[in-house]
Design a protein around this ligand. Structure first.
Ligand code: ADP
Ligand code: ADP
Length: 226
């Protein structure tokens, strides 16, 4: 099964900047996939379009067989996204941010509480459940974004630069966590500008530069070339 298929994706921003110039990408179910590229390459734009936060100019996005235009709610149900920037309400309590998200997916109150407890515990945030999220450290906020993205148990998790600006210890524990959920069957895609991160985690990789995919191969084959 294909977890994600992107065909001929173009994005020109309102200021005329052409950020994506015909991206094609396919990620199979169960994969751990890296989208690697320098700053400004188009990674966040691609993630933004897949998560319906950015309007595409043209092209098709399909998530587990659901077309993002024709079947948006089903497509979105398969998908959890961890954006780069913190976008939760910082005056809301840690646990309420996750519970509210569960509500958007129609998850019952009991189930939402149970899952919130599970994911906050997994991510080391249970002790902070009653704290306003603005009081959390940067690394904790990042982990909260991951818990929120997982509460509806998506088959595909996409993370935009998940370890940017986090210290080495947290980076390693996030890597461990992502390996664990991928091991349990969740397809994981991350963007990074950091080859070591892709190398540590990912089986397959696409390299994006100036809005174009310049390489799309297995990690093993790429490392063989370097
Ligand atoms: P869309 O075409 O998806 O509606 P817009 O072109 O309207 O996107 O831009 C969305 C927001 O990003 C605007 O508020 C804009 O000010 C801001 N923005 C503009 N230029 C840049 C840039 N180079 N990098 C990041 N954000 C930008
Ligand atoms: P990356 O995530 O790889 O760093 P982005 O997708 O954020 O790259 O940006 C791709 C290009 O599009 C960059 O040149 C960036 O400045 C530009 N860009 C991003 N957002 C906007 C926007 N809202 N308006 C205009 N240009 C943008």
């Amino acid at each position: 099964t294909r977890a994600l298929q992107i065909r001929q994706l173009y994005k020109t921003y309102d200021n005329g900047h052409q950020a994506l110039k015909g991206i094609d990408l396919e990620v199979q179910e169960g994969d751990f996939f890296a989208l690697l590229g320098p700053n400004g390459a188009g990674k966040s734009t691609t993630i933004g379009i897949v998560s319906s936060l950015v309007n595409k100019t043209s092209g098709d996005v399909n998530i587990f067989g659901y077309d993002l235009d024709k079947d948006m709610s089903r497509a979105k149900r398969q998908l959890g996204v961890v954006p780069q920037e913190i976008n939760f309400n910082q005056f809301e309590k840690t646990q309420d941010i996750v519970i509210t998200q569960a509500g958007y997916y129609g998850i019952s109150a009991n189930e939402a509480s149970a899952r919130t407890e599970l994911y906050l515990k997994k991510l080391g945030l249970w002790d902070k459940r009653n704290v306003q999220s603005r009081m959390l450290s940067g690394g904790m906020k990042r982990r909260l974004m991951i818990a929120r993205a997982l509460v509806h148990e998506p088959r595909l998790l996409i993370l935009d630069e998940p370890t940017a600006g986090v210290d080495i210890e947290l980076r390693r524990s996030l890597w461990e966590f992502l390996r664990e959920i991928n091991g349990k069957g969740t397809t994981v895609i991350l963007t990074t500008h950091y080859l070591e991160e892709a190398e540590q985690l990912c089986r397959n990789i696409a390299i994006i530069d100036q809005g174009t995919i310049v390489e799309n191969t297995s990690m093993r084959a790429l490392l063989g070339k370097l």
